[in-house]
Design a protein. Structure first.
Length: 361
């Protein structure tokens, strides 16, 4: 009952204060770990093996005193192992995989880059809480886009063509023969490029609104040297609504858009009557109580939602604001059905972050 007096629990207060201190330490660690990734310190330590601050400073050309304090901080955060007799530090193979190996499903270091890029958005949050209007994705700068691109590179490189597309009814066969494909919200184009390389007879179009992402995607296309891929700015050339696409994909896009109902309707109008939409979005439960109790990633995902995803989905007046965990399977099935889609199937393939849906007219 409001106003009811309860006895103050000092032990509970101490535990809460300790946990708050740990959370503050974790926030500081994100910035300093970003420095370690940005300056190549983790990779150098991995190459050197056990190393002292003098040796690491010599190998990197950086100032020893700053290196020494950073090493000690990283050891206290258990990113690095420490040998007291040698006064030396090392990176375990497991930590090296998470912090250095971009080809590993465990790679997570680019998350520090994305986190660091969000610092500037803090000044805008009080205004957003007051007005209801969030920030467009581009307003976070290229660092956020680049960090997210690296975080999300494993699935398009090693799982999309190999494990996910084969689960779709008849899609691989159509891609082999030659299909027209659109990746809506294509970001830096990694999924697009990997599909285009695997299926050279098909043509692939990336549709994007982020200037930073479009620049990265066009640079990636040039680097890959593929002729069956193109990128278009959705503000200048929206997705064609002529029912000419055999296959449309979206990867972690719907929950970010201010008007997901319009996006879903546009995809419906773009697809052939016998076409397929592969929709990947964040795994979540329909009820907050279940996310609170059973989703171990909920603290990270709700926090990222306030800073990026829900902010993007509220960046225009009247935005739906689904947020990172807002496009769960129930919402997805309901919204796609309202747009005219008649077939909805959750694929057996899923990972710790995403669910995948086969959606057809």
């Amino acid at each position: 009952m409001p106003g009811t007096q309860t006895e103050f629990d000092h032990e509970k207060a101490q535990r809460f204060a300790a946990r708050t201190g740990q959370q503050l330490a974790a926030a500081i660690n994100c910035y300093l770990s970003y420095i370690g990734d940005d300056l190549g310190l983790y990779r150098t330590i991995l190459d050197l093996g056990w190393t002292t601050s003098d040796e690491l400073a010599q190998a990197t050309g950086l100032h020893e005193r700053w290196i020494r304090e950073w090493l000690r901080h990283q050891a206290c955060n258990q990113h690095l192992d420490y040998d007291v007799e040698k006064d030396a530090f090392s990176l375990s193979p497991e930590a090296g995989t998470v912090l250095c190996d971009e080809d590993s499903p465990y790679y997570f270091a680019s998350g520090f880059q994305a986190f660091a890029a969000l610092r500037s958005s803090l000044d805008r949050l009080p205004q957003a809480f007051s007005t209801g209007l969030g920030m467009r994705f581009d307003e976070h700068g290229p660092g956020c886009a680049c960090g997210i691109e690296k975080l999300n590179n494993y699935i398009p490189r090693f799982e999309l063509v190999q494990s996910i597309l084969p689960q779709l009814d008849g899609v691989c066969e159509r891609l082999e023969e030659g299909a027209r494909v659109a990746d809506v919200g294509c970001g830096a184009g990694l999924a697009l490029l990997n599909m285009a390389k695997a299926f050279p007879s098909s043509t692939f179009t990336g549709v994007e609104i982020s200037t930073h992402a479009i620049e990265r995607a066009r640079s990636n296309i040039e680097e890959w040297g593929l002729s069956n891929v193109s990128i278009q700015d959705a503000r200048e050339q929206p997705l064609a609504s002529d029912r000419s696409f055999d296959f449309v994909t979206t990867f972690d896009v719907v929950h970010d858009t201010p008007f997901p109902d319009r996006l879903i309707a546009e995809i419906y109008s773009a697809l052939r009557p016998d076409g397929t939409w592969l929709c990947s979005d964040i795994r979540s439960f329909p009820k907050f109580a279940d996310n609170l109790a059973e989703n171990p990633g909920a603290p990270l995902l709700y926090g990222f939602s306030v800073m990026v995803c829900m902010s993007s989905a509220m960046s225009e007046p009247g935005g739906a604001g689904l947020g990172t965990l807002g496009f769960n399977s129930e919402v997805a099935q309901e919204m796609t059905g309202a747009a005219g889609f008649t077939r909805f199937r959750k694929l057996e393939y899923e990972n710790a972050i995403n669910s995948y849906y086969e959606i057809r007219p």
